[in-house]
Design a protein around this ligand. Structure first.
Ligand code: PEP
Length: 251
């Protein structure tokens, strides 16, 4: 089964509209010749529409950093999947560790967001990952299994086949620490075997599993050479055209 690699940039709460449009243009140029991989960027909400317009004729997908679980109504502060689709978003990031840790988003809430995204034909980039305490206690696999089972509860295998999973060890996000390529591959293989048990082998083989956590130009090639690493979710290094341009052009 060949999975098309996906390199996704999460711009978090950074950049003005003008800076976002400028960076989006540069990312589009860096991605112009790439048809063996996909590229996505997820700007802040304020810049989303301008970036989506900038990328309209490019091969770069537009992502959002979250998505509401309802399509309309009294949900102050939330952005509906229909509103995101309306401006050209195709891939909402859901369950990022910053949402889980700083905003107390639970597995149950994340599951509602994933379900709503799928129902509205969006491709969820569903994030999971263990903290350093959980890893040191030897609980990495049980934590990931529980995040997968709870976050994807009620999703059938046809729907599952279309989602993207981002494995982001919390201790590697924004810290400069990266999981070793062996650690990352071992964990990705575990995630794929869990998905195979939850759905079936064919669904598990088609799901792209991205690695996230201090991905940089100097480690991307080794990470992307691993069998079960199908792409990267990039934070800090996605904010500069030079580093992200190199990452999307991984060897
Ligand atoms: C992220 O926020 O998803 C992330 C992986 O950040 P960084 O690349 O900065 O570690």
């Amino acid at each position: 089964m060949s999975r098309k690699p996906l390199i996704a940039g999460n711009w978090k709460m950074h950049l003005t509209i003008a800076e976002s449009v400028e960076l989006a243009r540069l990312v589009a140029t860096a991605s112009e010749q790439l048809d063996d991989r996909e590229v996505m960027i997820a700007p802040a909400y304020t810049a989303l529409d301008a970036v989506a317009k900038t990328l309209k004729e490019s091969n770069v997908h537009v992502g959002s950093q979250n998505v509401a679980y309802e399509t309309e109504g009294a949900f102050t502060g939330e952005i509906s999947p229909l509103m995101l689709k309306d401006i050209g978003v195709t891939m909402p990031i859901i369950g990022h560790s910053e949402r889980r840790q700083l905003f107390n988003e639970s597995d149950a809430l994340i599951n509602k967001r994933v379900t709503a995204a799928l129902k509205n034909d969006l491709i969820p980039v569903f994030c999971i990952g263990e903290t350093i305490e959980e890893r040191e206690a030897g609980n990495t696999f049980s934590v990931l299994e529980s995040q997968l089972k709870n976050g994807l509860a009620g999703i059938n295998k046809e729907q599952a086949a279309g989602i993207v999973i981002a494995y982001e060890p919390v201790w590697a996000i924004g810290t400069g620490k990266t999981a070793s390529t062996e650690q990352a591959q071992e964990t990705h293989a575990f995630i794929r075997s869990s998905l195979s048990e939850m759905f079936d082998t064919s669904a598990a083989e088609s799901i792209r599993i991205l690695y996230g956590g201090s991905v940089k130009p100097d480690n991307v090639d080794a990470l992307m050479a691993q069998n079960d690493i199908d792409g990267a979710l990039v934070g800090g290094a996605a904010l500069k055209a030079e580093s992200f341009g190199r990452i999307v052009n991984f060897q």
